[in-house]
Design a protein around this ligand. Structure first.
Ligand code: ZN
Ligand code: ZN
Length: 427
């Protein structure tokens, strides 16, 4: 599963691959279709993409469609602008390097999207004007304040000053229209980043003309995903009864019969097929068999959205051992699979909390196994060989479920760790 990573953690090669994928999409004429779709959506009635509860699901679907257009397993990086806000000079963040997004200017004259290399849909060069009019990027405290709001949205379901009306709305606070009674209105959070980058980004209709749009919105989506994990009982609102923006209403342009998309369809990033690096929690109990802590230098990494089945096979070198294992979770709870190989099927919409690896008591020692997991719509993928010890239990911390394994090479023997993801709505 694609892992969306903080762009500051990407290698130069990965950053370049992102640039090249965007340039290829532009050359194919598909990039501008995203700009046009965003502009058209912005001008439609009722408002769905902006000033609406659908702001977050609409952009989640939009950014995911863009990511898939870049490549079936491509992972967009995200721009954590709140971290850049704390830099001595936020205009010198890694995102603006000459070999990534380039810098500011009217027109932009540095980087891969400079004048002559990148023409906006509708014509003209890219323009950026950092921090103008004078303002800062949103801070980590601003993000935390939004995350603390535990109601997704509230009447009148638009951009008005809900705080002054006694309502709370996570969506409106994150989108950035919220007028706090104690301060003069300024664009906040999402909106503030558009204004801070300025130029092409400061245009509500055509802001996707600047590729930074997608890195910004990946971060907005990440914040929403984090909020969902923090407030597991706070669902999308309105649930029903508000025409055009309720949980089961179709979001334009995904209104083609048979493949419509509603907010209800996009509540889980895992079901959409991606995950954020900040959501991957490696639990203390899920290290390698020798208690190794897993680090990011993995050689196998595969994080499925939902594990549909688990199977184990012993390496034929160790034929005297047999194994079984089980998963702890909803029925069939603890179903063991025994003797050399086998698999268990996870019921639909169920998740795995723990997997225990066993060996026969008389061979209670370390063995080498290969674990594989199968995900809906994908072939089983081998994740081993894995070195495991008898009775070893891979457990997910409370509130999380096992979504996959991370392998790490050590002396040519792979060890496995469990990747635990936060429980999300929809499970
Ligand atoms: Zn937008
Ligand atoms: Zn935006």
């Amino acid at each position: 599963m694609p892992i969306r990573r903080n762009l500051t953690t990407l290698s130069d090669d990965d950053l370049d691959a992102c640039v090249q994928a965007i340039l290829a999409l532009k050359a194919a004429g598909e990039y501008d279709e995203f700009v046009t779709a965003h502009a058209t959506a912005t001008m439609r009635t009722p408002q769905q993409a902006h000033m609406s509860p659908m702001f977050l699901p609409w952009h989640r679907q939009f950014v995911r469609a863009f990511e898939l257009a870049l490549g079936p397993s491509f992972a967009l990086p995200y721009w954590d602008w709140a971290a850049d806000q704390a830099l001595p000079d936020p205009t010198k963040g890694k995102i603006w390097d000459d070999d990534f997004m380039g810098g500011e200017g009217d027109p932009v004259t540095t980087g891969p999207f400079r004048q002559g290399q990148w023409t906006l849909a509708g014509g003209g060069p890219l323009v950026r004007a950092f921090g103008s009019p004078p303002m800062t990027l949103p801070s980590a405290a601003d993000v935390d304040a939004a995350l603390a709001v535990n109601v997704y949205d509230a009447p009148p379901w638009n951009d008005v000053a809900m705080a002054a009306m006694g309502y709370e709305s996570f969506r409106n606070q994150l989108e950035g229209w919220l007028l706090k009674p104690t301060q003069a209105f300024q664009p906040q959070l999402h909106n503030r980043v558009h204004v801070w980058v300025g130029g092409s980004m400061d245009n509500m209709e055509t802001s996707p003309n600047d590729p930074v749009f997608f890195l910004h919105h990946a971060n907005i989506d990440r914040i929403w995903s984090r909020w969902q994990a923090m407030h597991p009982t706070s669902g999308y609102l309105p649930a029903a009864g508000v025409p055009g923006v309720s949980a089961g209403d179709v979001m334009w342009p995904w209104d083609v019969a048979g493949s419509v998309v509603t907010p209800d369809d996009v509540l889980s990033t895992n079901l959409l097929g991606y995950v954020y690096d900040s959501e991957i929690q490696r639990s203390a109990t899920a290290g390698g068999p020798h208690g190794d802590a897993f680090d990011d230098s993995t050689t196998i990494e595969f994080i499925p959205a939902i594990i549909n089945s688990v199977s184990a096979t012993w390496n034929t070198v160790i034929t005297s051992l047999s194994t079984n294992y089980k998963y702890d979770g909803p029925a069939p709870h603890g179903t063991p699979v025994s003797d050399h190989s086998g698999s268990v099927t996870v019921p639909p919409h169920q998740t795995i909390q723990a997997i225990t690896v066993y060996t026969h008591k008389d061979h209670d020692k370390t063995g080498v196994a290969a674990l594989s997991i199968e995900v809906s719509g994908q072939p089983a993928q081998l994740l081993g060989p894995a070195q495991t010890t008898a009775g070893q239990r891979f457990a997910a911390p409370p509130g999380t479920y096992i979504a996959g394994f991370v392998g790490r090479a050590s002396n040519r023997i792979y060890s496995l760790g469990v990747v635990a993801l936060p429980m999300q709505q929809g499970f």
